[in-house]
Design a binder for this molecule. Structure first.
Ligand code: 3PG
Length: 207
């Protein structure tokens, strides 16, 4: 098991966050850290992503931080510069994967079928995002893939409290990702107590 796999499988769920205001990032990280989820995937879907990652990294050097929705090599550079531990992309883009390997940063690219799994394996990858998990066949698809491929998956896309345990029960699932745990409006409105409760609930569900 690689280092990232070990860390992800200890944490079990990766909150996927599209933050609108980087000045709220440290408080968000504090809520995650103090309530049992010491991890965040900050997506490049908002222009606040890079600054948010920098701020979290400065405040919490030990937090596991990923950059999500990374689509270009420029974004890989920005994410590394900001201090991420790993990169996540929604699809399998060999250019991004090669560039991450050159820069020696872990990349978890999205796949949702056997051909993409094989292309990723050919590039030496062993941990893959399964995206979008539910529309792509969910638990049943992952069971079928596990019979054939010695790789781990991080299912994301349609994972929620009602099905997260089914995914985590699969031997080839290292962790689940998703936006359900961190509703954006709670960050925007700085409803930190409500957010803390939600994070505790998620941490409780996965025990
Ligand atoms: C992602 O970026 O990984 C997905 O959009 C998350 O999907 P979800 O909103 O269904 O959790």
């Amino acid at each position: 098991m690689c280092e990232l796999d070990k860390k992800l499988s200890a944490i079990k769920v990766v909150p996927v966050i599209a933050i609108n205001d980087a000045t709220k990032a440290v408080k968000l990280a504090q809520v995650l850290m103090e309530n049992g989820l010491p991890c965040a995937e900050i997506t490049f879907r908002t222009s606040a992503a890079v600054e948010a990652i920098q701020r979290i990294r400065d405040a919490y050097p030990d937090m596991l931080i990923g950059a999500g929705t990374v689509l270009t090599t420029h974004q890989v550079d920005q994410a590394i510069e900001a201090g991420v531990d790993f990169i996540v992309s929604p699809g399998f883009n060999p250019t991004t994967v090669k560039y991450c390997q050159q820069r020696n940063i872990a990349i978890v690219p999205g796949v949702n079928n056997p051909s993409l799994v094989e292309q990723a394996m050919e590039m030496g990858l062993t941990t893959l995002k399964f995206f979008p998990a539910e529309p792509s066949g969910g638990v049943g698809m992952l069971k079928a893939l596990s019979a054939v491929y010695p790789v781990s998956f991080m299912p994301t896309g349609g994972v929620k409290p009602s099905n997260v345990k089914d995914y985590l029960a699969l031997p080839n699932v290292v962790a689940c990702g998703g936006t359900w745990m961190i509703p954006n409006n709670l960050i925007d409105n700085e409803q930190w107590d409500e957010l803390a409760k939600l994070v505790q609930e998620v941490a409780g569900v996965i025990q």
